[in-house]
Ligand binder design. Structure first.
Ligand code: SF4
Length: 217
């Protein structure tokens, strides 16, 4: 795929972000949150709908505003506040543990490098890369299920795992687009290029989409 086609895709995805009210746009715009809140919100988001994730995060941060307050919190209280987030019991323990480590090892400030973030409990590449790109403005790509599916459907990459997708996207897509790929593809995946029955008739990049050309969705 050439740079012109990548540009066409991302321009269309920008339009989708602007004109469609995706759950991410309505509930989950993290750009005004601080780095610690972005990390905790992303931990909460795994296997949970955006509306539930971000309303739970709001409730949590109204009561516990800092890593120190969450490190001192009772796990049962965290559980009750974040319920009905998926795996809320496990996530409550992780949130407390992560907060303790940030206080003890990093002096209350989130580390800004991939390996340190990956060493925190409950933090995988998806979460670490999202924190690096949104909270610290670093050029990286957060590959979640939407980014993995859509990149393969369109044919920007051909890959089996999210990590392979991340590597191949970084080889193919110019750096200037990396930070916004996650936001744009998640929103596109929630509204048009859905996991089941993508709405290809509304899609303005079907002429370059491998999935469309081969399956005629
Ligand atoms: Fe997704 Fe269909 Fe558009 Fe391809 S044509 S990107 S499958 S919505």
């Amino acid at each position: 795929m050439n740079e012109k086609e990548i540009e066409k895709i991302l321009n269309f995805l920008e339009d989708v972000w602007e004109y469609e009210n995706s759950p991410l746009k309505v509930y989950g715009n993290l750009e005004k949150s601080n780095p610690f809140q972005i990390l905790i919100s992303t931990i909460l988001s795994s296997r949970t709908k955006d509306k539930i994730t971000y309303t739970a995060a709001d409730r949590l941060f109204k009561i516990f505003k800092t890593p120190q307050e969450l490190a001192n919190a009772n796990v049962n209280d965290i559980e009750k506040i974040i319920y009905p987030v998926g795996f809320y019991k496990t996530k409550a323990k992780i949130i407390k543990k992560v907060s303790e480590i940030i206080i003890q090892k990093y002096n209350g400030k989130l580390p800004q490098d991939l390996n340190s973030l990956l060493s925190l409990p409950g933090v995988g590449r998806k979460t670490a890369n999202l924190v690096l790109s949104i909270a610290f403005n670093k050029d990286t790509i957060c590959v979640d299920t939407h980014v993995h599916r859509i990149s393969n459907r369109i044919g920007i990459v051909s890959s089996k795992t999210p990590q392979e997708t991340e590597i191949k996207l970084k080889e193919t897509v110019p750096k200037k687009y990396w930070k916004k790929i996650n936001k744009l593809m998640v929103s596109f995946g929630q509204t048009i290029c859905k996991p089941i029955k993508p709405e290809c008739e509304r899609c303005k990049i079907s002429d370059i989409c491998v999935y469309y050309k081969t399956k005629k969705c």
